[in-house]
Design a protein around this ligand. Structure first.
Ligand code: ASP
Length: 338
């Protein structure tokens, strides 16, 4: 029997409808077995810990990520795998953040949640929870966990955490991993794609919880008025900017915009170029409208998701000096980009 630790952070999955008021309320997570009696029939030993105040995932912040990473670190030896129950809204950010916080993982950390509360008849929460636990408990013939990374399980698909994005507010199939194929698919059996699984070269778990939020995100749109954004580029608190550009990394050749970027980089700021397209990669210099970026030292984020780009920068800003940051930004650190 494998030992799994369930960490409940909040979100829809842990809610039931109060029959008197009709409102959705968080239930006491210690009573999870009452709501999902099927858990008792799984061949795994499950223990659970809940955030003192379960939260809607819109409330997630750096402190909550630190808290989750430290829970995994503090219980790492005692359990074979971890399942984190989390609201779906910011799950892809948390999964990306934890992939940078928990390096050298040799055990699974599976995020899951649901679109409908576990206490409703048509809930997707039961399947998501039960299969996530099953996946976190799966081992190979030598007794090693099959999954040794942070992943997201939702609606029959297992994705690498730092490649996932929430793509639907109302479909059960709420997540996708546009630039990296599924790690496993749950059908009659769990079908693993073993060649896609991440294996860290680190010998043991190393935990990095110092993240910095001294960064900004700017999404371009036709007609954008760069005067409105000037304060971001000139604010000394802003150490890095994620720029969501068009297509393969293109932007208007606006003189004001180019001057803002040039001065920002000259004063030590880092600009990371990612595409606002759902899939594909930035290729700076492919068009004239992106060659300026190449010239001034904007870093290509290649095929990073926004979630991974932001959390990777938060991680690097928290650990590294600007000189090594630019170099590290271009490396795939935990399987987050090609
Ligand atoms: N608003 C909820 C949350 O992200 C939605 C969900 O749980 O899916 O916490």
């Amino acid at each position: 029997m494998t030992n799994i630790l369930l960490i409940y952070t909040g979100g829809t999955i842990g809610m039931i409808k109060n029959p008197l008021t009709g409102e959705l309320e968080s239930f006491n997570f210690k009573h999870i077995h009452d709501h999902v009696p099927e858990l008792g029939r799984l061949n795994v030993h499950i223990e659970s810990i809940s955030f003192e105040e379960p939260i809607d995932s819109s409330e997630m912040n750096l402190g909550h990520w630190k808290n989750m990473a430290e829970l995994v670190r503090d219980h790492y030896d005692k359990y074979d795998g971890f399942v984190i129950l989390h609201g779906s809204d910011t799950m892809a950010f948390s999964a990306s953040a934890l992939s940078f916080m928990l390096q050298g993982l040799k055990k699974p950390v599976v995020f899951t949640g649901s679109q409908l509360p576990i206490g409703t008849i048509r809930t997707d929460g039961k399947e998501n929870l039960i299969t996530a636990i099953e996946i976190a408990g799966m081992q190979d013939e030598d007794g090693h966990p099959i999954l040794q990374e942070v992943a997201v399980y939702f609606e029959y698909s297992l994705y690498r955490g730092n490649r996932s994005s929430k793509i639907s507010a109302n479909q059960f199939e709420a997540f996708q991993s546009p630039n990296y194929p599924e790690l496993a698919k749950a059908g009659v059996q769990i079908e693993w794609q073993k060649d896609r699984l991440y294996r860290s070269s680190l010998g043991k778990l190393e935990v990095f919880t110092e993240f910095s939020n001294e960064l900004a995100l700017i999404r371009l749109f036709p007609g954008i008025n760069f005067d409105v954004y000037e304060t971001i580029f000139t604010n000394s608190q802003v150490k890095a900017i994620v720029l969501e550009t068009y297509g393969s990394g293109n932007a208007p050749s606006d003189a004001k915009f180019q001057a803002l970027i040039t001065h920002f980089i000259q004063r030590g700021g880092v600009v990371l170029n990612i595409t606002q397209c759902g899939s594909g990669a930035v290729q700076q210099g492919a068009y004239q409208t992106s060659s300026f970026f190449e010239k001034v030292g904007v870093v290509s984020g290649r095929n990073l998701t926004s979630e991974a780009a932001i959390t990777k920068l938060m991680y690097l800003l928290g650990q590294t000096s600007t000189a090594t940051l630019t170099q590290k930004l271009q490396e795939s650190l935990v399987g987050e980009m090609d």
